[in-house]
Design a protein around this ligand. Structure first.
Ligand SMILES: Cc1cc2nc3c(=O)[nH]c(=O)nc-3n(C[C@H](O)[C@H](O)[C@H](O)COP(=O)(O)OP(=O)(O)OC[C@H]3O[C@@H](n4cnc5c(N)ncnc54)[C@H](O)[C@@H]3O)c2cc1C
Length: 324
């Protein structure tokens, strides 16, 4: 039985960098990357051998001559199941990307394995792994143990930093494609979300607005602030539901998970469902006119007042600083 298997997605652009975060987490758990195996998922892996060689673990496995029909979940499940049956790992790590979280559940069902979904991190308790995950909108943390011999852990991205040690070069093993990849569904198209500037999930600084802004226009000021701070702009669900911003801006339980260094909010009350997506921010700075707003429980710095009186001065100061 192989000890640990980590899945990653590979495209022509490279392997998904969330893999490096998983390797960092595993190192903290006492598993050096030089001892680990990665299963790479994607199309035509033989043509991507140079990418696979850049994955800093001891071994990388992939299936030959594969057309996954744009990462079709049915096909990925079959490919991943085939790899798991060959390697028989005791622990499987899947990064919680949009493809990964879908795969993890299907794979657990297909291989009859216990799964701990949405882990923030994993604790090692006498070699029994326990996934720690947010529950009740992030107000509590549950410690969840899977009781099957082999277990799957789907781990949130952007919680750990990326492993920087790239001194290890893997042996690559290609498996013959002996999988029946017929699928009852076909992916017709995948489109890349169009966003100007920095991606919300990757931003070191996020400036977000809530219903307290009163409409879409004040987001122009947030855009300006974000430009000066090299930040991304986000929003609460109330804003997206009102159509002031597209849902791709939404942060929270049913939106995006972010873990920026600085999260700057304006007119966001800090409902638990919102905090579920930004509770990992290192520093939170908030403006809200209600001193009892929930956001102030998490904010390190809070300005209580009407944003219309606070933001213009803040913006002017930033502009002055940017001149220097
Ligand atoms: C199943 C479920 C999933 C959900 N998922 C999400 C999610 O992913 N993300 C999310 O954000 N929400 C989510 N919600 C909704 C969530 O419960 C809240 O309704 C939402 O986050 C509120 O958005 P808000 O803070 O912008 O608005 P409000 O709660 O209305 O807060 C507005 C804030 O602005 C302040 N304010 C008003 N005027 C001013 C002013 N002039 N100056 C300064 N401050 C001002 C107010 O004091 C208030 O604190 C979910 C809810 C459910 C039930």
């Amino acid at each position: 039985m192989n000890e640990i298997l980590v899945f990653t997605e590979v495209t022509d652009d490279g392997f998904d960098k969330s893999l490096l975060e998983m390797l960092f987490m595993l190192k903290e758990l006492g598993h050096d990357n030089s001892t680990l195996t990665v299963a790479a998922l994607g199309d035509n892996m033989e043509s991507k051998e140079s990418i696979l060689k850049s994955i800093p673990v001891s071994k990388v496995v992939a299936t030959k001559n594969l057309d996954t029909n744009k990462f079709n979940p049915n096909i990925l499940k079959k490919v991943a199941t085939n790899i798991v049956e060959r390697l028989n790992p005791s622990k499987i790590i899947i990064p919680k990307t949009s493809i990964g979280q879908d795969l993890a559940t299907r794979l657990a069902y297909s291989c009859n394995m216990g799964i701990v979904n949405d882990c923030l991190y994993i604790e090692n308790n006498d070699d029994k792994w326990i996934g720690v995950r947010p529950v009740f909108g992030g107000n509590y943390f549950a410690k969840v143990k899977a009781t099957t011999d082999s277990q799957i852990f789907c781990v949130r991205t952007k919680v750990f930093e990326e492993l920087t040690d790239n001194s290890v070069t893997p042996d690559i093993e290609f498996y013959e494609n002996d999988i029946n990849i017929d699928s009852s569904t076909q992916i017709l198209e995948r489109t890349q979300e169009q966003s100007d500037g920095i991606k919300l999930e990757d931003a070191e600084i996020v400036v977000a607005g809530g219903r307290g802004l009163g409409g879409p226009e004040p987001f122009e000021t947030l855009d300006e602030i974000a430009g000066l701070l090299n930040a991304a702009v986000g929003a609460s669900r109330a804003v997206c539901d009102a159509g002031w911003k597209d849902h791709s801006y939404q942060i929270g339980l049913t939106g995006k998970d972010i873990s920026p260094n600085l999260y700057f909010t304006v007119g966001i009350s800090g409902a638990s469902q919102h905090m579920a997506g930004c509770g990992n921010s290192k520093h939170i700075v908030s403006i809200d006119k209600n001193i009892d707003a929930n956001i102030f429980k998490d904010a390190e710095i809070g300005a209580v007042g009407d944003w219309k009186n606070i933001l213009p001065g803040f913006l002017d100061t930033l502009k002055d600083l940017a001149k220097d």
